[in-house]
Design a binder for this molecule. Structure first.
Ligand code: NAD
Length: 282
């Protein structure tokens, strides 16, 4: 199966798990970590609905999954629009008859300084990254409650922990998303729905490349990330799929970082980076 990356990392490492035949809705599934997550679910026997603001991207990912022998459909969905969420969830239920897993990787990054960011842009970031995460999850909740293997995974950011200069509402929205995820976990634990968030470091995706040139990302990674290189979408997807799977049955209300050590790398730069960081082979 095409992993959408240059490496040969195997995607079917959970092929004998109970992911087989579970149904996952992956919102933001048309690109980057969402695309890798949708393909990893499918490679392990799950059925997938890909949803994205970019309907063509969502359709491309679903078509690639089907071409590789998986079961997938796609919908266009703006995660901040209740009517589009309703239609997308209904499409998934109509096709697969159930929903076990929700993954939300969708996010809006709109650069801006706090002193003069247009308030409409500020609000839009909160609307997509926080409000959207809530209305999406609670629309899925009645279906997830029927599943014995229900799980939600959101994707937050280190920007929500450390601040992100010129990031507009992105950092504050991600801080809110991390807390929102924890609150969903606590309120929905009695329903048997596990909810966790993944906090990526710097991952080589279209979003990261749109914000900063690849050469700059790589040179920063060599200096600041203890493992010495950018993360890949597949590496985050593996964590998301694990957390969403029955293999993580006792894990909820957690925020788990996949960052090559970046969040604890504050002493790396003064020492000149990571001279002996090994290159990964997969
Ligand atoms: N790439 C990184 O370095 C990095 C670091 C930390 C956190 N993140 C987070 O990881 C997640 C995935 O990012 P990525 O790097 O894979 O980005 P990406 O741009 O490759 O994918 C994000 C997808 O979300 C979709 N999307 C945007 N707004 C949407 C909306 N309103 N409704 C539905 N879909 C929408 C986009 O069309 C896109 O397909 C995001 O939540 C991002 O904030 C990324």
């Amino acid at each position: 199966m095409d992993t959408g990356s240059e490496d040969s990392r195997p995607m079917d490492w959970m092929v004998n798990s109970r992911i087989k035949n579970l149904v996952a809705l992956v919102v933001g599934g048309g690109s980057g970590m969402g695309e890798a997550t949708a393909k990893t679910f499918a490679a392990n026997g799950g059925k997938v609905a890909t949803a994205d603001l970019n309907g063509e991207s969502a359709a491309r990912v679903a078509a690639e999954i089907v071409k590789d022998g998986g079961d997938a459909l796609s919908v266009r969905m703006d995660v901040s629009d209740q009517a589009e969420i309703d239609a997308g969830v209904q499409a998934a239920i109509g096709r697969f008859g159930r929903l076990d897993i929700l993954v939300n990787t969708a996010a809006l990054v709109k650069p801006g300084l706090l002193e003069d960011i247009p308030i409409d842009e500020w609000k839009r970031g909160i609307e997509v990254n926080v409000h959207g995460a809530l209305i999406l999850a609670r629309t899925c909740l009645p279906h997830l409650r029927k599943s014995p293997s229900a799980a939600i995974v959101t994707v937050s950011s280190l920007a929500g922990e450390h601040g992100y200069v010129r990031g507009g509402s992105y950092g504050p929205s991600k801080a809110a998303l991390t807390t929102l995820t924890r609150q969903m976990a606590l309120e929905w634990a009695p329903y048997g729905v596990r909810v966790n968030t993944v906090i990526p470091g710097t991952i080589d995706t279209p979003m990261a490349r749109a914000a900063v040139r690849l050469e700059v990302l790589q040179s920063r990674a060599a200096k600041q990330i203890p493992l010495g290189q950018l993360g890949r979408a597949n590496e985050v997807a593996d964590l998301i799929v694990f957390l969403a799977s029955p293999a993580a049955s006792h894990i909820t209300a957690q925020d788990i970082r996949c960052d090559g050590g970046l969040s604890h790398g504050m002493f790396m730069a003064p020492m000149g980076g990571v001279p002996h960081a090994p290159q990964r082979s997969t």
